[in-house]
Design a protein around this ligand. Structure first.
Ligand code: AMP
Length: 371
């Protein structure tokens, strides 16, 4: 009997970690990426070319049993075409919604999931009106192709409007109320092919310059009420989209409420701690879900932290010399703002975890791109 083969649109570090988990389940992988140096290429067959190349699409579809994707900017048309040939999970509709911030917010609103106040912006006049309606401070964002804080500007006063329009205007935009949040959290949910769901404990996330730097899981002082609220919101999205696989939703926690910021229809950076810190990792559970296998337990094993390695890499030996630290390198060339790897810390108590994080920060502080 030949092995089941998963096709993955995108061959970045998320694809690489999906393959590392999928291999233990006996799955094979074919990746499709426009970068010949895609980090997942070492762990499966890599087809290189643009995502709308019809020849690659034929070859890709013919060599796989089902498909998934590991980043959101895959053309929806490609995913839809592929879905006529093999099962594509999560469904292309999830991809479509997550590619456009306004559609994403509309879905949240339709499902009664609170979001920051916002307005659609197409013209300079829209921006002036929206600034009155939404109020300042606010964040002006491109609706498409924004990630890691790219394509967004914080507007503090009226005089900031002109410069922001000059910088971002001309493409569809969204103006969002700037939320003075208490903290940022994310929920990772997974739904299998039969509709059964599981949820990881909420994660507390710390960003700098729009890029995730540190995640703590379970989120400190996590109340059952907040966990239930996040699971309830995630359930609405999973069921509305008839979703299969892992879904991440990022929230602002503000005055005891959760306001949805955005969703990712894939495994997520804030879930990397699950490799060592949960009974079943997000990567394994995504593979289990889409391969039609039973889901594994999402329970946390103690207290974890995840530190992203951005821009430059530390000495491997120095990191591994820290007890409780686990290093993951993605095989990427260093470059400004590039996510090159991460470190997971696992500990029996949150105090012990925080101590190890402080030691690692000291080691990493020699890095140019400090945490
Ligand atoms: P995003 O690309 O939407 O995830 O934004 C990147 C980061 O910018 C978020 O993780 C927040 O730290 C910050 N941010 C984005 N939108 C808002 C907002 N409406 N209010 C406050 N902070 C925001």
């Amino acid at each position: 009997m030949s092995a089941t083969t998963c096709g993955c649109l995108g061959g970045g570090q998320l694809g690489r970690m999906l393959a590392l988990a999928g291999h233990t389940l006996g799955l094979r992988f074919v990746f499709w990426d426009n970068n010949p140096e895609a980090p997942a290429g070492e762990l499966g067959k890599l087809l290189v070319g643009h995502y709308s190349d019809p020849d690659i699409l034929q070859r890709f579809a013919a060599s796989i049993d089902f498909a998934t994707y590991e980043f959101e900017n895959v053309p929806v048309d490609t995913a839809q075409f592929l879905a006529q040939r093999v099962p594509v999970m999560p469904p292309p509709a999830a991809l479509e919604v997550s590619q456009e911030r306004l559609h994403e917010k509309a879905l949240f609103r339709k499902l009664d999931i609170p979001t920051p106040a916002h307005a659609a912006i197409e013209t300079r006049r829209d921006l002036t009106r929206a600034a009155d309606r939404v109020g300042l401070p606010a964040v002006l964002k491109t609706r498409r192709f924004g990630y890691d804080g790219k394509g967004q500007i914080v507007l503090k006063k009226r005089s900031d409007l002109r410069g922001a329009w000059d910088a971002l205007g001309g493409v569809p935009l969204i103006l969002e109320k700037h939320v003075p949040f208490d903290r940022e959290v994310s929920v990772l949910a997974v739904r299998d092919r039969r509709g059964r769901r599981a949820f990881y404990p909420l994660i507390e996330n710390h960003h700098r310059d729009g890029i995730l730097r540190l995640s703590l899981a379970p989120a400190p002082a996590l109340s059952p009420r907040l966990q239930t609220m996040a699971e309830d919101y995630a359930t609405r999205v999973l069921d509305a989209l008839e979703y299969t696989g892992v879904l991440a939703i990022e929230f602002f926690e503000y005055k005891g409420k959760l306001l949805a910021n955005e969703m990712a229809p894939r495994v997520h950076n804030s879930g990397h701690w699950t490799i060592e810190g949960a009974e079943t990792s997000q990567f394994e559970n995504h593979m289990r879900a889409i391969a039609g296998l039973p889901l594994g337990s999402t329970s946390a094993l103690g207290h974890s932290a995840m530190l992203n390695l951005i821009g430059t890499l530390p000495e491997t030996a120095e990191i591994l010399a820290v007890p409780g630290a686990h290093l993951h390198l993605y095989g990427k060339r260093p470059g400004p703002k590039r996510k090159l790897g991460h470190i997971t810390v696992t500990a029996a108590t949150s105090q012990e975890r925080d101590k190890t994080v402080a030691v690692l920060r000291a080691v990493l502080s020699t890095n140019k791109d400090k945490l």
